[in-house]
Write a protein that binds this ligand. Structure first.
Ligand code: PAF
Length: 287
């Protein structure tokens, strides 16, 4: 029996022709934007897309515009053949893998920037990041013109940023958030986990553990500032060399909650911390 394959296209024209044909046949199309280095978390996004649409398109593009010069663009894990195999194994219909010149033609000079939800947390730690994400996601949505697009809640602030851009720019697409896929010990699946040494991988479980303990304490009526401080202390004790943030925030607009107990607000705890050279992020609902 031959292994399943996925059709790969590299140009916007080919992508539009295929999606256009599906839509003309009355088939709904889901886009799953990725930067490749696919893992079970990405495949769960494809599966969710398949529940909501007859056709799924995964884009695989390591977007240079969302990396600062000192960040890991060159080192970011890449492996197109493996990505294609994984997409084929779950029955994804199309892989869109443009090169940088196809995505950013010479003279490209437009950036989608937003205020508010993009400013704290990842926006503060990585000032270029959300402009790069918002620009490439706007382009991908215009290129593919899907009925819906699926993004992981693992990058919770990114999901809120994309929802804001789609509302603000009247992009006719439904944005669907998918629950975070986790390893057995609770660590969120991430392409960057590949950077962790075996010792760091063992220590990394402190992140979901500290986050869960803080979320539980706040959900049970504890003070936000105390729960956040305990989580920072737990991460430091476990060997994290720097904690960028442990914040309990409003789940929709990401404004700060606390410092006392939260009442009535829908909270989300968000964490970013460094283990050696690797920056890990995670988040979960409070209550
Ligand atoms: O989450 C990612 O992998 C990327 O930020 C995205 C949404 C594919 C844009 O490059």
């Amino acid at each position: 029996m031959t292994a399943p394959t996925v059709k790969i296209v590299r140009t916007v024209a080919e992508l539009r022709a295929q999606v256009g044909a599906w839509k003309a046949a009355g088939e709904r199309v889901a886009l799953i934007p990725t930067m490749g280095a696919l893992h079970e978390g990405h495949l769960s996004l494809v599966r969710l897309g398949q529940k909501r649409a007859r056709r799924t398109v995964a884009s695989v593009f390591v977007n240079p515009r969302q990396f600062a010069p000192h960040e890991d663009f060159d080192a970011y894990p890449r492996g197109e053949a493996r990505d294609a195999e994984l997409l084929a194994s779950v029955g994804c219909d199309l892989m869109f893998a443009p090169d940088v010149a196809e995505m950013y033609a010479p003279g490209f000079s437009t950036t989608v920037n937003l205020t508010g939800v993009s400013e704290p947390l990842e926006g503060a730690a990585r000032p270029l990041f959300f402009g790069g994400v918002a620009t490439v996601v706007t382009k991908l949505l215009n290129q593919a013109q899907p009925d819906l697009a699926v993004f992981g809640e693992k990058d919770y602030q990114q999901l809120q940023v994309i929802k804001r851009v789609v509302r603000d720019l009247d992009i006719p697409v439904e944005i669907v958030g998918a629950p975070t896929a986790r390893a057995d010990d609770g660590l969120a699946l991430s392409s960057r986990n590949a950077y962790l040494s075996p010792e760091e991988r063992a220590a990394a479980v402190a992140l979901p553990d500290a986050m869960k303990a803080a979320a539980k304490a706040v959900a049970e009526g504890g003070r936000v500032d105390e729960a956040e401080a305990r989580a920072v202390a737990a991460l430091t004790a476990a060997g994290f060399r720097q904690v960028d943030y442990v914040d309990v925030r409003d789940a929709d607009d990401l404004s700060r909650l606390g410092p006392g107990p939260i009442t009535g607000a829908k909270g989300r705890i968000l964490v970013a911390a460094w283990l050696g050279k690797t920056r890990l992020i995670d988040n979960m609902a409070v209550g």
